[in-house]
Design a protein around this ligand. Structure first.
Ligand code: NAP
Length: 405
């Protein structure tokens, strides 16, 4: 409802890399912006390396590690501490866009349980570190790593860095997004794709495709891939908010297939004229189709839970930063008192944290929503967001655009 209602308001207003334990195997505290890894996570990296022998190697040390916190040399770890840490192993969750809004609130909620270590995958390292500190997240509950989803090179670099750190991946949350509701000219990612779809869909598509192997290798009891959706794809076409223009519509994907570059193809997935608000909505439909296609292709074979969610209308987040000031002032009270769809960042963060960790939310292929009593339920997707043929085609075209096919 957030964006439909938004439009409504607008119109009205190192461990050994060979996997062996070595007394000299160690980590060095990171000096980047003062972020350090906790003994817990260091030990986890070691135990993970021993357990899984995944062979993620540091043999190629040429790739630069940008603004991340992993390095070499530190305390030796004995077998007994290894066993103890193994019993206490925290879940490791990567949350993209954890520097503000929903991502930050979910990261905080997960960190506060003491059962999760959050890898905050963010484009602005310093902002993320400050956000974690001001949210009161315990220092040893998170690690900030650089990820700019608007650059496929950066996505690949993130995956490389993440593997060098030998952190097990138990849950991946694709949360980051850009929304350009007032833009009437497209802007583009590093590879020249329209920014909203390029960031929200293609960046996350490549990230999750690359990290699916890491999820498969996790020994955590419940491995999950969560892609944050939106009410854009909810079956609500008979409600007022659901009919606010522009509506998401991927059409026959001619713009996506043409490369979304605004030159020899449209910057819009359906091949139409550029509309920033619609580009965002289209990207969210892609997110929900991708979740279902992941489920269809991988759930049975891997046991990974694939899920999407609509966290509610979090009218106060930075998502609306590019909207006109009047809108930003009126939207939160409009959602609170008129539509009553308003959800606080804290509450939305708890909802996302539930989808990450709640033992009762392990069903795969589900789009979660919450009722007025904040109870979760399986929601219905719109016709387009549940079109499995379209999901397959979005997957195949996206593979080409991100260089996987
Ligand atoms: N707000 C709502 O009402 C609402 C409703 C339904 C769904 N959602 C979904 O909730 C998710 C989070 O949105 P939000 O409301 O929390 O907005 P937000 O506060 O603006 O958070 C968006 C996050 O994405 C990050 N980001 C943007 N571009 C990025 C890039 N190129 N690379 C890496 N990170 C990037 C931002 O980083 P910076 O901090 O550096 O800008 C920020 O951390 C989105 O998927 C959105 O679609 C929101």
């Amino acid at each position: 409802m957030a964006l439909q209602a938004a439009s409504l308001v607008s119109s009205a207003f190192s461990v050994r890399k060979d996997g062996k334990l070595n007394a000299s195997s160690s980590f060095k505290e990171s000096s980047v912006f003062g972020v350090s890894l906790s003994d817990q996570i260091k030990a986890d990296f070691v135990s993970s390396s021993l357990r899984r022998k995944r062979g993620h190697s540091l043999r190629n040390n040429k790739g630069m590690i940008r603004a991340q916190t992993i390095a070499t040399s530190a305390p030796s770890i004995t077998n007994s501490s290894f066993d103890r840490k193994k019993t206490l192993r925290k879940g490791k969750v990567v949350v993209t866009g954890a520097s503000s809004g929903l991502g930050l609130a979910a990261a905080k909620a997960l960190a506060e349980t003491g059962k999760w270590h959050v890898i905050m995958a963010c484009r602005d390292f310093l902002k993320a570190e400050r956000a974690a500190q001001s949210a009161g997240m315990p220092k040893d509950s998170y690690t900030v790593m650089h990820l700019d989803l608007a650059s496929l090179d950066s996505v690949r670099q993130f995956v490389d860095n993440f593997r060098r750190a030998e952190i097990p991946l138990d849950v991946l949350v694709c949360n980051a997004a850009v929304y350009q509701p007032t833009a009437n000219q497209p802007t583009f990612t590093a590879e020249g794709y329209e920014l909203s779809v390029g960031t929200n869909h293609l960046g996350h598509f490549l990230l999750s495709r690359l990290l699916i192997d890491d999820l498969k290798n996790s020994d955590y009891p419940s491995k999950r891939l969560v892609i944050v959706g939106s009410i854009t794809g909810y079956r609500n076409t008979n409600t007022l908010a659901g009919n606010v223009l522009p509506k998401a519509n991927l059409g026959d994907l001619r713009g996506l297939a043409g490369g979304l570059n605004g030159l020899n193809s449209s910057a819009m997935i359906d091949g139409g004229n550029f509309d920033g608000a619609k580009a965002y909505k289209d990207s969210k439909v892609c997110n929900m189709l991708t979740m279902q296609e992941f489920h269809r292709r991988f759930h049975e074979e891997t046991g990974i839970t694939f899920a999407s969610l609509y966290p509610g209308c979090i009218a106060t987040t930075g998502l609306f930063r590019e909207h006109i000031p009047l809108f930003r002032t009126l939207f939160p009270p409009f959602q609170k008192y008129i539509t009553k769809g308003y959800v606080s960042e804290t509450e939305a963060g708890k909802r996302l944290a539930q989808v990450v960790s709640d033992p009762s939310l392990t069903k795969s292929g589900v789009y979660w929503s919450w009722n007025k009593s904040s109870a979760s339920f399986e929601n219905q997707l719109s016709q387009e967001a549940s079109d499995m043929e379209k999901a397959r085609r979005v997957w195949e075209v996206s593979e080409k655009l991100v260089g996987l096919a």
